[in-house]
Write a protein that binds this ligand. Structure first.
Ligand SMILES: C[S@@+](CC[C@H](N)C(=O)[O-])C[C@H]1O[C@@H](n2cnc3c(N)ncnc32)[C@H](O)[C@@H]1O
Length: 359
């Protein structure tokens, strides 16, 4: 792998683990992808469900309200959006919540965002909206809590390992001064090896990804849920049965790029990996949360009534608006588009179990 056009602002002369390499490419201040441009939308590099259709965000709003009802309509209720992107979902949530006065009195909305650049964009979009930004969940002290993330976990870099000669070997990248990208492997750190061995999901795999950074984020979230009760709803591009090989992908201008080209575009393309939902479920169960059966985005949205909602909205629409609404709805629901590729998981601490949207 080599390229003369590698962005020289990024220096990785010493080999660094894959997750740290990606972390720098995405978040290094003033250089990282998420700190220099708005990546979402038709003019950006990729579209996400909330930037495709407001119907998606409305359904999430209805799910949050229904969960509050299931939990006995507590007087104080917290909602944290993880990785709110350009703030599209939060905007629709606030507007929808206003239509439910009792719920609206109870709800506190927090946004948890890593990119300072995106926080600025969110603050512009949500001026005069009742939302707060948080970097530390300790500021939330009472009331059940619901965390929600759409394409949050897949944006957190993963480590990659090879199991060879009875040892776990971790993959590293480096970029030489003449812009050559080199891949190398080193024996895995002892603590990582112990952690990996504790997962049934990873047993017997020759090559696999491990979301160490993502699970560290999860630790804080799980602690909060255990403390206050509530849960975490995640929607992500991912898989249930294990996948052979790397799932890293780079996306630029709404097109997937060959990973080789990624190295010519460090800081200019988004890099994600597919979420291992079975591993995530195993982690929640290990931490004594309950978990609903993982379902597809199509199943969840349809069960929550997205088609019925579209039928109500279409009555007040022009033919052109109607056409547009159904095209975007099909993007969310068609199996070969987002419908099956995206999965939904809900882990929770509560005596209740009959949350909407699942099997
Ligand atoms: C792929 S975008 C999805 C944005 C939005 N949820 C949507 O669906 O349009 C990922 C988002 O997660 C944020 N993010 C990634 N890692 C994060 C972390 N560790 N803590 C907080 N935010 C993070 C990114 O900056 C970005 O806002």
């Amino acid at each position: 792998m080599s390229s003369n056009s590698i962005n020289r602002k990024f220096k990785f002369e010493k080999p660094i683990p894959v997750d740290e390499f990606i972390e720098n490419a995405l978040y290094e201040p003033n250089k990282g992808y998420y700190n220099i441009k708005i990546p979402f939308g038709k003019k950006g590099d990729f579209v996400t469900a909330p930037t495709i259709s407001n119907l998606f965000s409305e359904i999430i709003a209805v799910w949050v309200i229904s969960t509050w009802e299931k939990l006995g309509k507590p007087k104080k209720f917290n909602f944290v959006e993880l990785g709110p992107g350009d703030g599209s979902l939060a905007k629709v949530l606030v507007e929808t919540f206003k239509k439910f006065p009792n719920f609206n009195k109870a709800i506190n909305i927090f946004l948890y965002e890593k990119s300072n650049f995106l926080i600025k964009i969110q603050k512009q979009k949500l001026k005069n909206y009742r939302v707060k930004w948080t970097k530390n969940f300790n500021q939330i002290k009472t009331g059940p809590i619901i965390f929600f993330g759409n394409e949050f976990f897949d944006a957190i870099p993963v480590k990659q390992f090879l199991y060879k000669d009875k040892s776990f070997m971790e993959k590293f990248y480096s970029i030489s001064p003449n812009s050559k990208v080199k891949e190398s492997y080193k024996k895995s750190d002892k603590r990582d090896t112990e952690k990996i061995k504790s997962f049934k999901t990873l047993k017997g795999l020759k090559f696999f990804e491990f979301p160490k950074m993502g699970l560290a984020e999860m630790d804080n979230i799980i602690k909060k849920i255990k403390n206050l009760s509530g849960g975490i709803l995640l929607i992500d591009y991912g898989y249930i049965k294990s996948i052979k090989g790397s799932t890293l992908q780079a996306v630029k201008s709404n097109k997937k790029m060959d990973m080789k080209d990624l190295f010519k575009n460090i800081g200019k393309a988004d890099i994600t990996s597919l979420v291992n939902f079975t591993l995530l479920k195993e982690y929640y169960l290990k931490n004594n949360l309950k978990v609903k059966n993982i379902v597809s985005q199509k199943f969840f949205l349809e069960k929550m009534g997205i088609i019925e909602r579209a039928k109500i909205l279409e009555k007040k629409m022009t033919t052109k608006q109607k056409e547009y609404m159904y095209i975007t709805l099909m993007r969310l629901l068609r199996r070969e588009l987002m419908g099956e590729l995206f999965k939904v998981i809900f882990a929770f601490k509560s005596e209740k179990n009959d949350f909407l949207g699942f099997k």
